[in-house]
Design a protein around this ligand. Structure first.
Ligand SMILES: NC(=O)C1=CN([C@@H]2O[C@H](COP(=O)(O)OP(=O)(O)OC[C@H]3O[C@@H](n4cnc5c(N)ncnc54)[C@H](O)[C@@H]3O)[C@@H](O)[C@H]2O)C=CC1
Ligand SMILES: O=C(O)[C@@H]1CCC=N1
Length: 273
């Protein structure tokens, strides 16, 4: 059965849970009535309810009424939620998808039962506009279930299957990465304002330029340096600016930041215990 025909419960209707639900419906493949969102305070899900999504505070009830359960709570909230829903789990029916950072498939099955199928997915906030880069890992799950999960995340962006051991690296590069690229756009905006543009204009100009740069790589499937070579005229202003940035550690700062995020992602659940 295709994932479109399945009932979905998203446990944790926060930033990612609500963005995923909206992105799924925006794809035209899913309807709000088939998606249940849970949250401890339903006041924050009122607008989702108005859009036709099912909402409840009762995680066990949401699980009982669903085929696919998407775990979208914070790592420190996971154990409590798993313990609450454990009695309602039917391993023959339920497929679990966890987007919880730093939590292994093995951590979940140890808590709810080895026979439960669990697949990890690491999307980013661009699921809201169906432009996520979602990394998926779950080699122990059946081919059918892996296809179901791929179908969901392909409705909200691009997907790639990776080994689970690379999941924290994927978190740093692709999920945290949204913030890293946004900060670099903000920095460009600040530079643009200093050299003469109103902040709002500078932001629009910088954001469209960043979008163009990323699109060049995806469209031509080329390497950044190939595209950079086309911008840097001999003795020109681009290479002067670029080298100045590198003298101040531009690439090094990004690399070190990504490594630090990856290490932190690994500790988010296990260090809490
Ligand atoms: N924000 C991001 O860019 C990304 C986050 N993630 C992961 O996704 C998960 C969710 O992240 P966010 O949505 O950003 O966090 P969030 O804090 O916005 O959402 C978590 C939601 O779970 C709710 N919640 C807490 N306990 C609950 C319970 N017992 N029952 C039902 N709901 C409960 C909270 O009220 C909150 O609304 C985290 O594990 C995070 O590491 C993964 C990829 C990207
Ligand atoms: O900052 C965090 O911990 C979460 C996980 C990936 C993006 N945001």
């Amino acid at each position: 059965m295709s994932s479109e025909k399945k009932k979905v419960a998203i446990l944790g209707g926060g930033n990612m849970g609500t963005a995923l639900a909206k992105g799924m419906v925006a794809s035209g493949k899913y309807i709000p009535a088939d998606i249940t969102l849970t949250r401890r305070n339903l006041r924050y899900l009122e607008s989702m309810e108005k859009e036709g999504f099912q909402v409840t505070t009762d995680n066990a009830e949401a699980v009982a009424g669903a085929d696919i359960i998407i775990l979208s709570i914070l790592p420190q909230q996971l154990d409590n939620v798993l313990d609450t829903i454990a009695p309602s789990i039917d391993p023959a029916r339920h497929l679990f998808v966890s987007i919880v950072t730093g939590v292994m498939v093995e951590d979940i099955v140890q808590r709810v039962g080895q026979e439960v199928q669990v697949i990890r997915a690491m999307p980013n906030t661009a699921i809201a506009i169906r432009e996520s880069m979602t990394c998926i890992a779950g080699s122990k799950a059946s081919e059918e279930n892996r296809a179901l999960v791929q179908e969901i995340f392909e409705a909200v962006g691009e997907t790639v299957e990776i080994e689970e051991e690379l999941m924290t690296s994927a978190t740093a590069l692709c999920a945290c990465g949204i913030a890293f690229f946004l900060r670099s756009i903000r920095a460009a905006t600040q530079g643009g304002t200093e050299i003469g543009f109103h902040a709002a204009d500078a932001l629009r100009m910088a954001a469209q330029t960043a979008k163009g740069a990323a699109s060049l790589l995806l469209y031509f499937q080329s390497h950044p340096e190939n595209e950079i070579d086309k911008v840097t005229s001999p003795k020109g202003c681009t290479i002067a600016g670029l080298n100045e940035m590198e003298h101040h550690g531009f690439s090094s700062a990004m690399i070190k930041g990504i490594k630090t995020s990856s290490l932190k992602a690994e500790q988010l659940y296990h260090k809490e215990k």
